[in-house]
Design a protein around this ligand. Sequence first.
Ligand code: HEM
Length: 460
Amino acid sequence: MFSILLFLPIIVFLFLFLFRKSNTGGKKWTLPPGSLGWPYIGETFQLYSQNPNVFFASKQKRYGNIFKTHILGCPCVMISSPEAVKFVMVTRAHLFKPTFPASKERMLGRQALFFQQGEYHSKLRKLVMRAVMPETLKGLVSDVETIVVNSLASWEGREINTFQEMKTYAFNVALLSIFGKDEVLYREELKSCYYILEKGYNSMPINLPGTLFHKAMKARKQLARIVGQIISSRRQIKEERNDLLGSFMGQKEALTDEQIIDNMIGVIFAARDTTASVLTWIVKYLGENPSILQAVTGEQEEIMKRRKGDGERSLTWADTKNMPITSRVIQETMRVASVLSFTFREAVEDVEYEGYLIPKGWKVLPLFRNIHHSPENFTDPGKFDPSRFEAAPKPNTFLPFGNGIHSCPGNELAKLEKLVLLHHLTTKYRWSVMGPQSEIQYAPFALPQNGLPVKFSLKT
Ligand code: HEM
């Protein structure tokens, strides 16, 4: 009897919470179907004890394209129809703010682009776009090529962890976009700090000596000191540069040093593991599909021949725009692998969508992977078939870079990195994957097991 009395208020609260309706606008809206699991724990265990895609797919099958759940202490609405994604990320984007765990915000820096809305966000986006728009990238192609040639040479004859090496490559290209040709001067120092910092991204925010979080915060301070020195030496030279640092320091819209540092760390964070995971999957899928590898190699050899015919010239922006087969392989890899399975938003007020209530403060997760793997959007979705991209996908069904005001500003840079690497990889090297490769790990991006150990050798 005592225990019933003790739990009665909790039961009443949960009943009211689960079946709550909103009277906003005189209409009665119900929460989407689904279950919230246990108090506080919710369905966190069901999600994290298995491949997360099994959780999402089974929920979608049971409840449809919009359902509620409760994970990591937060009530959530998950959405997986192109229309719902457009609503949340594009047409009503102002009602859904981006949201991240507080510890991540502290490490990346509170003034970084991802966490912003409104005017400051648009200003930052403009500054980032200026440094990674096609006009600027055209001038970087030969530098990216130099980084590729050196990276591939260092892998030759070795068994490498593909993901780790691709991380190094993507890190060096990110620094190139930030510091321009000076990047080599700072590469090693910045790398050693950043690699300590990233170990703290998913740690408990306990700032005591010895903890990962403490070490990461110390590395962040060191990074800030190095970048601070670079900024002051640029100020003394008074030279205008079109790299990202130049854009942040620009005359009219200059950011403070602190804003610059937060956004540089943010860009490295956004640019590196995403690009490296996609590249790792490309290596895997090409290895498993010899006829597709042959088609890509043929396309790249044609370009290589033209370059040789033009006096061994460097790769150009125009070359990269003339790689349709390779581009479709990249698109199909991003669809099948869906390295960012989903993203997070939070409703800033009670929102109605198709008669359902999305309550203020609830998280909303657009499930990119489910959309990419739905037979309604892509026939035979499990099959790796780059030719499907000969026709443009339907709107909001292909979202590797998101959509709307927070969509990825680095998509052209990411594409350039992949094309230049594939040009040299397929024309000069062969590779074989070491060991069985059917498992996927989530770290947090979807990756082939153990980062895909591979042996590379020069073609003879
Ligand atoms: C294949 C590689 C990449 C993938 C798959 C990718 C994917 C994404 C996605 C899905 C978003 C939107 C997240 C959301 O709406 O919540 C995003 C945002 C972002 N990405 Fe990328 N990205 C890649 C490479 C890059 C690169 C190379 C850069 C470097 C400039 C970059 C910088 C950013 C930034 C700064 C944002 C935040 C934009 C904002 O909040 O306004 N990304 N990325």
